[in-house]
Design a protein around this ligand. Structure first.
Ligand SMILES: *Cc1c(COP(=O)(O)O)cnc(C)c1O
Length: 462
């Protein structure tokens, strides 16, 4: 499998180059040249465990790592770090919850970032050289990326977060990691500012090459790829439990990375009848799928901070396919968006942008009510991101012929404030979080300024 760019201006590259490239060198996003159809393999895959299924899926997209190496990379990733397994599905009342937070930082991003850390190390060990990872985080990406890269030979990791706008626990998960190769930066701005700084530096090709800049944000194709796997295991699980032919999947969405993986899974032939996209009040994606207009709104801070995003960095990948893989048209639309903060595409006769997508918004009130209700009725604690999705899913209701899987993206103990607000009690605890309380921290504070971040990177790596 070769990789190309959504903007159509790079020569096709192999998987390892795509992983190192992060953002494509022409400013677009890296995508596979084709999407494999696996419909005729689904029966054979049903009985596989997580790592074996991950191997079957990844090998279709990875042409330049020998099968034995790929297999051991995957086993190393999903064998140890996840307890008891990477992605169990549990029935809770009328829905199925896909628990994606059994990794080291208790958020779904571990599933992709543990793999990415192993991939970087593998690639660097063979090619030599160093990699300087630059990432922007609204909270969970940073800690999961740091957990994936800490202490690894050949890698320095710089993670920017918006100062004062990540939860105290997320902050501690990042800044208590004292490995010498980990550099936390608190930027005096919003998450979108952090993301803009990262994109500006990554788009400076001289700088990117000179300092071997790599990306861990969900623009990195390996992250989307890793996430495709759990859609398969979850759909297989629920089909086994219910006998249903089709399954609906609901995804709480911020940067459009997680749900994009679901879209690829569906395109590969997995029987997902609907992809339900849930946002919080930052509803640019929900508005897009119901009107065809993708336009910046005002950023709200909510109880689900990892979804407080206006510019969804993975949206470009989806839009590329939506406009018929026309890189020129896509480039024009992205230019419109960069210039005016808005782009528009046509809708069909029913007013839909793309029929498999259903969208909804879970407000803060919805989130609190949903956490409270699931706790009272089912004795199950939802984190405030998962609750955005469950609130939207609940509104759509139960359908016996298409059961509903809701992706659970974080353990509630990462967001104890929201849980207390919803239930009136301090219920959200986890020993891994409690253990961070008194640890020393390290972090630099920088102004909301690309040049300040550039200088810091240059100075740090010398
Ligand atoms: C990152 C994150 C999301 C959003 O995922 P995207 O891939 O950005 O859409 C949702 N919930 C949690 C807890 C997250 O960390």
């Amino acid at each position: 499998m070769k990789y190309i760019s959504t903007r159509g201006q790079i020569e096709p590259v192999e998987f390892q180059d795509a992983v190192l490239m992060g953002l494509a060198d022409d400013g677009g996003l890296v995508i596979p040249e084709s999407i494999p159809d696996v419909a005729d393999r689904l029966e054979a895959w049903r009985s596989l465990g997580y790592s074996d299924l991950a191997f079957e899926i990844l090998r279709l997209f990875v042409g330049d790592i020998p099968a034995d190496d790929l297999k051991s990379l995957i086993e190393k990733t999903y064998g140890r770090a996840f307890e008891p397994e990477p992605a169990p599905t549990v029935r809770v009342g009328p829905i199925y919850i896909l628990e994606l937070w059994h990794g080291p930082t208790l958020a779904f991003k571990d599933i992709a970032l543990q793999l990415l850390g192993n991939l970087f190390e593998y690639i660097l060990a063979r090619r030599g050289g160093r990699l300087n990872i630059l990432g922007a985080t609204s909270g969970d990406t940073g800690s999961a990326a740091i957990a994936g890269c800490r202490g690894r030979a050949g890698i320095d990791i710089f993670i920017m977060h918006p100062a004062g706008r990540v939860s105290p626990i997320q902050q501690r998960q990042m800044t208590t990691v004292l490995d010498e190769n980990v550099h936390n930066i608190a930027v005096a701005g919003s998450f979108d500012d952090c993301q803009r700084i990262m994109k500006t530096l990554a788009a400076d090709l001289d700088f990117k090459r000179k300092y071997s800049l790599g990306a861990v944000n969900s623009v990195n194709w390996a992250r989307v790829l890793a996430q495709i796997v759990y859609y398969f295991t979850a759909v297989f699980d629920v089909q086994k439990q219910t006998g249903a032919k089709q399954v609906r999947v609901e995804v709480p969405t911020g940067n459009f990375g997680d749900i994009l993986a679901g879209w690829y899974a569906r395109r590969m032939g997995l029987p997902i009848s609907r992809l339900i996209l849930a946002t919080n009040e930052n509803d640019i994606l929900a508005r897009f799928f119901s009107s065809g207009e993708y336009s910046l709104g005002k950023l709200s801070q909510t109880l689900s901070p990892s979804m407080d995003i206006q510019v969804a960095s993975n949206f470009e990948r989806y839009l590329y396919y939506r406009v018929g893989c026309d890189a020129d048209r896509l480039g024009g639309l992205m230019d419109d968006f960069a210039r005016t903060g808005s782009l528009r595409i046509e809708v069909d006769a029913d007013g839909l942008v793309d029929p498999p997508f259903v969208v909804g918004v879970g407000t803060q009130d919805d989130v609190l009510a949903t956490i409270r209700r699931y706790h009272e009725q089912y004795d199950y604690l939802l984190d405030p991101h998962t609750a955005v999705g469950v609130a939207v899913a609940d509104r759509l209701g139960v359908k016996d012929d298409a059961p509903l899987i809701c992706l659970s993206t974080a353990h509630p103990a990462k967001f104890p404030g929201a849980i207390k607000k919803a239930t009136g009690q301090d219920l959200a605890r986890h020993p891994a979080i409690d253990a961070l309380a008194d640890l020393p921290t390290r972090c630099v504070e920088l102004p909301n300024d690309t040049e300040a971040v550039r200088e810091f990177i240059v100075k740090t790596i010398g």
